[in-house]
Every structure is written in structure tokens, then in C-alpha cells.
Design a protein around this ligand. Structure first.
Ligand code: GLU
Length: 450
């Protein structure tokens, strides 16, 4: 369609060198053809042009002192993408790969993801090109304090509410919260994912991973199938992967793998998930050090990976669950997965599948749960944390879990009904993009030209 083509062209021209951002926008715009075509108002009101332009972007210097007394400088970001449906909301990522393109793709995805939850949330993302690996606790604290010293002027409990993402967990949120409170003199729900002792919600840590499992189980349910005995390949070993594995284990699935930046851990009879979680929590990050304690497992270091993909996706399995990072499933990986019998993919990481890999899955009828739907349990539980903070309440873990299950089921029902209306009920990528877009676009029309 002409209008969509023109907007895509202009996104490319006005955001050069932002491949991840363009990828995210192209995927969404190319699936909303049918709704945009049938509605002239979207074009008259420049809805697409506004949707792809962040409302506000802060890029700032983050100077901090390392343990040797040397001054270090990183680049900080907060991209407030859309406040159409509620306060800006989305995580902070601390990782050396963070740049404007990455933060913008994450922010754009977050707008639609948050819309799918049905909760009053706008979309944002932020972070820094800071590498937390190998940093002391004091260095992390000083970095977080410096980052917040700039960030605090942009955020607020009803304005913009950051949370964690890769490299930012309860410890970092604790330091960020402490500095915000000190500068602003406000104890308020300005961040989510807080340690429970300072207003964090029960189950926020587990929520993204558990939510992926609930979503996946709704996908299998729709096929008249279940998770029992299903062989699952998981990538990643962070917060999302660990709690997803824990829940899958409870559903009697067989978890064959997980991975970190050093390589892939695999056991053909299924990993001892409780032990992996214990080792990770007790001993820290390195999976390769777990081999002595895990029976019959193997570890493939990164330098033995195929040059055009990832070792974790070369094993036989029924289900693939990418929970590491963006574009971790390449076209070759997708072909290998299909060849090896994988018929279901459910995305725990944000945009883990390249555009070419998505096409391979589509052409081979692989049932794919897209990240903006499947991993929305994290941000949904963040909204529960905001609700608890605003009303000065603390909900029990069972209450939070019940609400989380409801949200994930409702996201699945919404996007599969939308998919059925516009294509076929298994095209959840199309369903998620259309359902998320419609909610945001219709609210934008009602708010006038802002
Ligand atoms: N970073 C998470 C995500 O990608 C959570 C965001 C939040 O809780 O605000 O959705």
C-alpha cells in the first residue's frame, strides 16, 4: 500500500544507521495493511508518521568514578515513545550494545506490547552502553547514581516509570530508586521491579518468564495439545530464561538447553532446572562452570558456534524459546529448527527473530508467539506494582499470579481472534501487530493532533 510504503521510506531516510529500529517498524507496518487501507482517517491524521516518531528523546552523559579513581563516561538514553495510553513505561537496559537504534526499537515495540496488555500504559525504553560485567558493587552503585542524577528530571510516578531489562535487576533498581528519592524528596512508585522491601510487587522478578510459559501453554491449548513431555530449547540464562524454565518444569516439559554469552549448556534427557537455578543464584553467571555438577550435560563454547547462527538452535526439539536478545535466531537457525522438527516458537526476548528467520517460520507453518505478546507479563506486573504503590497496598503472590495468568490468556485470546479476523488464527504476529496498533491508533484519533 502506497501510504505505508511512503512512511517506511521516510523512516529509513530520517533514521539512518538504525537497522534494529527500522526492522521493528517494518515488521509492524507491513502487517497492518488491511486496517490502514480500510480507514482513511489514519492517513489524514498522519497516525503512522506520529506512531514512528518518539514523543521525546533524552540522550545524556553519564560520568562515574571506577574503583581505581579513574573517571569513566557512558552514554545514557531515555526514549519516551508514546503516552497515548498512559504514562511512559518500559525498562532500562545496561549493556555495551545499547545505542539509539536498539533503544528506539525496544521503545517502539514497548508501545504496542503495553497496548496489548489492555492496561493504561504508554511506552518507553532507556538504558546505557555501560557493561555491568566485572564491575564491583560500588561501581554499579556509582553508575546508577550518576545515571539517575540526569534521569530523575524526566520521570515521575504519573509521567514515566522505568523498570529493568538486560543488565538491570532489583539491585540496580534499588540504587536508582535510592538516588531518585534523595534528589526529589519523594518516596513514590517512580520505578518498578523494586526490591519488595521498598514497594516492589510480589512475583515481579518471576513475571516475565512465568508469563511466557502461560502464553505458550495457551498456544498449545489452542492446538488441543499441552506442554507435558515437550522438548524445549531455551536460550539465555537471565531473569526471563530462568523463571520460564522453572514454570515449564512445573508443566512437565523437558528443558534441553539454556545459554549465556560464553556458550550453550545442553542435556539430551533434560536439564535439572532446579539445580541450574540454584547454581546460578549461588555461584553467579557462568554456565560452563556447572558441568561438574550437572550429569550427562555438554557445553558448547561460543567459538564453536556456526558462523551464521547459534549452536543452541541446532538441536532437535519440539519448541524453541529464545530468551537471550534481539536477532538471536537467524535464517539458518530457523531452517535448522524446522528441519529438526520444531513446530512452535515462543519469544521471551524482545525481537529475537530476524526478519528472514520469521519468513522461514511462516513459510513452514511454525506457530510463533511474538515477543510483544508473549513477554508482556513483565510489564503487566509492573503495572500491578504501580497500582499497589498508588493505593499503598501490598498484594499477595497468589493474587498477582492470578492476575498475570488472566492478562496472558486475554492477550492470547485477543491476538488470535484478531489473527482469525484478518488472516488465519495461527498468524499471531499479524494478530499482535494489528490488535496493538488499533488500540493505540484509535486513542490517538480521540486525543487530537498531539
Ligand atoms: N523490560 C521489560 C520489557 O521488555 C519490562 C518493562 C517494564 O516492566 O516496564 O517489557
Amino acid at each position: 500500500m502506497q501510504y505505508i510504503e511512503e512512511v517506511l521510506q521516510s523512516v529509513k531516510e530520517s533514521n539512518p544507521n538504525e537497522p534494529e529500529f527500522y526492522q521493528a517498524v517494518e515488521e509492524v507496518l507491513s502487517s497492518i495493511n488491511q486496517v490502514v487501507e480500510g480507514n482513511n482517517e489514519y492517513q489524514q491524521q498522519a497516525i503512522l508518521e506520529r506512531l514512528v516518531e518518539p514523543e521525546r528523546q533524552a540522550i545524556f552523559r553519564v560520568p562515574w568514578l571506577d574503583d581505581n579513581g579513574k573517571v569513566q563516561v557512558n552514554r545514557g538514553f531515555r526514549i519516551e515513545f508514546s503516552s497515548t495510553l498512559g504514562p511512559y513505561k518500559g525498562g532500562l537496559r545496561f549493556h555495551p550494545s545499547v545505542n539509539q537504534s536498539v533503544v528506539k526499537f525496544l521503545g517502539f515495540e514497548q508501545v504496542l506490547k503495553n497496548a496489548l496488555t489492555g492496561l493504561p500504559l504508554g511506552g518507553a525504553k532507556g538504558g546505557a552502553d555501560f557493561n555491568p560485567k566485572g564491575k564491583s558493587d560500588n561501581e554499579i552503585m556509582r553508575f546508577c547514581q550518576s545515571y539517575m542524577t540526569e534521569l530523575y528530571r524526566h520521570i515521575g510516578a504519573n509521567t514515566d516509570v522505568p523498570a529493568g531489562d538486560i543488565g538491570v535487576g532489583a539491585r540496580e533498581i534499588g540504587y536508582l530508586f535510592g538516588q531518585y528519592k534523595r534528589i526529589s524528596n519523594q518516596f513514590e512508585g517512580v520505578l518498578t521491579g523494586k526490591p519488595e522491601i521498598m514497594g516492589g510487587s510480589s512475583l515481579r522478578t518471576e513475571a516475565t518468564g512465568y508469563g511466557v510459559a502461560y502464553f505458550l501453554s495457551a498456544m498449545l491449548d489452542a492446538k488441543g495439545d499441552s506442554l507435558r513431555g515437550k522438548r524445549c530449547l531455551v536460550s539465555g540464562a537471565g531473569n526471563v530464561a530462568l523463571y520460564l524454565m522453572e514454570k515449564l518444569d512445573q508443566y512437565d516439559a523437558v528443558i534441553l538447553s539454556c545459554s549465556d554469552s560464553k556458550g550453550t549448556l545442553y542435556c539430551k534427557d533434560g536439564l535439572d532446572v532446579a539445580l541450574v537455578k540454584h547454581l546460578k543464584n549461588e555461584q553467579g553467571a557462568e554456565l560452563r562452570d556447572y558441568l561438574n555438577e550437572l550429569k550427562d550435560s555438554e557445553f558448547t563454547p561460543v567459538n564453536q558456534y556456526p558462523s551464521d547462527g547459534h549452536h543452541v538452535w541446532r538441536y532437535e526439539a519440539d519448541i524453541a524459546l529464545p530468551c537471550a536478545t534481539q536477532n538471536e535466531i537467524t535464517e539458518k537457525d530457523a531452517e535448522a529448527l524446522v528441519e529438526n522438527g520444531c513446530s512452535v516458537v515462543c519469544e521471551g526476548a524482545n525481537m529475537p527473530t530476524t526478519a528472514d528467520a520469521l519468513k522461514v517460520f511462516k513459510d513452514n507453518d511454525v506457530f510463533l508467539g511474538p515477543s510483544k505478546a508473549a513477554n508482556a507479563g513483565g510489564v503487566a506486573t509492573s503495572q500491578f506494582e504501580m497500582a499497589q504503590n498508588a493505593s499503598m497496598q501490598k498484594w499477595r503472590a497468589e493474587q498477582v499470579d492470578e492476575k498475570l495468568q488472566q492478562v496472558m490468556k486475554s492477550i492470547f485470546d485477543t491476538i488470535s481472534a484478531t489473527a482469525k479476523q484478518y488472516s488465519n488464527e495461527h498468524d499471531l504476529v499479524l494478530g499482535a501487530n494489528i490488535a496493538g496498533f488499533e488500540r493505540v491508533a484509535d486513542a490517538m484519533l480521540k486525543q487530537g493532533v498531539v
